[in-house]
Design a protein around this ligand. Sequence first.
Ligand code: GAP
Length: 457
Amino acid sequence: MEKDAALMEKIISFAKRKGFIYPGSEIYGGMAGMYDFGPYGVELLNNLKKEWWKEYVQRRDNYVGLDSAMFKDPRVWEASGHTGGFSDPLSECRKCNTRIRVDKELGKIGVTADEKMSESDLNALFDEHKAKIKCPKCGAHDFTPVRAFNLLVKTNMGDFTGTNEEPVYLPGEACQGIYLNFKNVVDTTRVKVPFGIVQIGKAFRNEISPRNFLFRTRELEQADTQFFVKPHENKEAYDRIKEERWAWYLKMGIREENLKWKQHENLVFYAKDAWDIEYNFPSYGFDELEGIHDRTDYDLTQHMKHSGTDLNYTDPFTGEKYIPWILETSVGLGRMFLAFISDAYTEDELNGEPRTVLKLSRELAPIKVAVFPLLKNKPELVAKAREVFSMLKEEMMCEWDDNGNIGKRYRRQDEIGTPACVTIDFETLEDNTVTVRDRDTGEQKRVAIADLMAALK
Ligand code: GAP
């Protein structure tokens, strides 16, 4: 894959031009770290969610789904450790006031700052190496002391007095809603440990430097699976879950050479073991796509302590009581979207002509089929094509295009990844067959309208 910044720039401008991703609040000049999904983008995003959900809730009988409220009792974030430990160490350039992530800047010169380091130890480490760190904006070496900057986003929900002494936070991670409902799910469904609860939910982080398009944003959506196991029975399930996530990306069409495992050396406050699946993003290379965490009994124990509610699980066969351990998979859908669109973006030649084509799997393609009347000024062709279009539209995302020559219409559909195009021509009026053209090979076949649905599926 082209690794230069040019490819990422191409993908960003392609995504905007083709109606996949728009910069957030663009008519007001844009807002850092915010993006909107356009008409084709939202289809691709929904297809990613649908396939992911199908993998767990539909295909397996030991996973159930959930959708929890975004606003939560503020004590949730204390129990989870986010009001205390969910922070980035920041320093400010004394010359131009640019803020830097101290751990990242130290990392760039080969110095590791442990996540669990105290503020004073980190300051000492920073002082020792400051001379080698340059402000990315003005090049100065003069920085303020390091301060932990909490990433939680506060709201004024319910703050009728204007004091906001007990702020309600937006979720810093989506998974907390699953822990809050662990007992509800056990009490109201027939799940038994080991089992999983999955959720797709929004999270918000006051990231100091949102960057790299959809990679680091302040508003994100996470697809989480939380698998509850008996204490110490985590190893086998953790290995299986890791393998399954890897296999899912391959099944959905990501090229294996663009994936890599990375084990965390510095663990976040809740994890006992953590691995990332990294993706080879254009222009900045391998970086975290999805995190797979062994969270032990940290979360349920914390919520039991802070809420006073007994979150022990009672084994229905043995009567044994315990707090289950949790194995988590968590992926940001923006990053997933970026990985899939980058992997699928292809510039090739078909029949000697250059083209851009999005080689998405049929499941993920925003539009499954496009329907063209050969000529738009022949009412009998248009009427027949409308008939076919109406039939297909009931079953799949379908687009109508009667504008320009057929070659141009093919190119337009190739660019947005439509796997098949159907043309209604004069032969159709005689024998009720249509031409079906394949996106990847350009091959064309005659198919009877009666068999079309099955052929497309
Ligand atoms: N519940 C665990 C958790 O939130 P995380 O490693 O902080 O763990 C999980 O986040 C995933 O969410 C990451 O692997 C990444 O895909 C995505 N993610 C995290 N921060 C993000 C951000 N600022 N912008 C976009 N995606 C982000």
